[in-house]
Design a protein around this ligand. Sequence first.
Ligand code: SAH
Ligand code: SF4
Length: 406
Amino acid sequence: MNLEAAVAPGFVEKAPLERYVDPDRPSLVGLSRAELAAALGEVGVPPAQRKMRVQQLWHWLYVRGSTTFEAMTSVSKELRAALENRFTVARPEVVAEQVSADGTRKWLLRLPGENERPHEVECVYIPETGRGTLCVSSQVGCTLNCTFCHTGTQRLVRNLTAGEIVGQIMVARDRLGDWPGQRPPDAAVVPTDGGRLVTNIVMMGMGEPLYNFEAVRDALLVVADNEGIAISRRKITVSTSGVVPNIKRTGDEIGVMLAVSLHAVRDDLRDELVPLNRKYPIEMLLDACRNYPGLTNARRITFEYVMLKGINDSLADAKALVRLLAGIPAKINLIPFNPWPGTRYECSDWETIEKFSEVVFNAGYSAPVRTPRGRDILAACGQLKSATEKLSARERMALRAMAMTE
Ligand code: SAH
Ligand code: SF4
């Protein structure tokens, strides 16, 4: 895939050409109960015992966060050895960890790939008072090509497995000391309410989650499971650029909160910013939103709107936005654009964002401006690109300055 092809008119999506290659000993992390039972069968556990053994493994993996079979002391020594022979409980490999001045943490994770080029994704932890949100990736790169998004410029694309998606949450909790009996590594982590550090999940890292639907679904069902990691479906959000056919399925089969990356109120502009709009235009997208299973005033859809200077930030746009969303239980998230090296866009002025948000607020929506966090490590959602770009000193300073002023 060359970049010219990627920006050619009419171009909507790339194929995920890269493949996942199973390691010699696969990890049990991320398997469903049925898959775990099958894995136990492979090492000779008789059918009558499998359910009980699955319960044990589930508890050690997802409640206790065990990183070795050896630690699973309620499992017989023989079975532990048999499992060790055939499987691991490995998480994705952490190749870099960065801690931002505001406590945001970013991990660069390396995943197995079929050639020498490493498959890498990023995962970001954002601590706030009373909650800690983990921004999780669903693909290496992204099949789509939104013009304002850094991830979209990446050419290497593959879908993550369910295990690699659950694995990101495991890695974050490992690194944060967020398992029973552990302590956070240092004072840079802002503790939430004394309880768990990872309380919320947003599928807003690299990739389009609804173009990797089955793996995302299977992973989130593990994450939401009451007897394991147990993050409630209401604290899990899937963000989509508008893959209409999988919106209903998200409600029906996963039952999590939905966020929609709208970013424009007219098809001509949205066609350009979010090329997927050529396939699923605004009206079709909003119809799917209106019919989102489980949608109520207490469970609203979040509409994301990135503020691009002189592109989509006029007061007329703000008014059209509230008209467009009339009748849909909605929240509106205005996201200051995070510039990246080589982008043609700029972030709207602060004053413009405030005026825009006033229109939205006066129409009855709470319009929090999502403060860009971790800008000094390029970790803000939508800015994830694994191949670390070399920033010039000037660019780096500009990014820091922006983080300071907001
Ligand atoms: N692919 C999904 C989820 C990942 S992107 C989606 O598009 O919804 C998460 C959010 O970050 C999206 O709303 C996306 O539009 C936004 N985003 C992407 N690049 C951005 C940038 N440079 N600045 C601010 N937000 C950005
Ligand atoms: Fe992909 Fe979302 Fe970026 Fe668009 S905004 S390129 S869908 S990650």
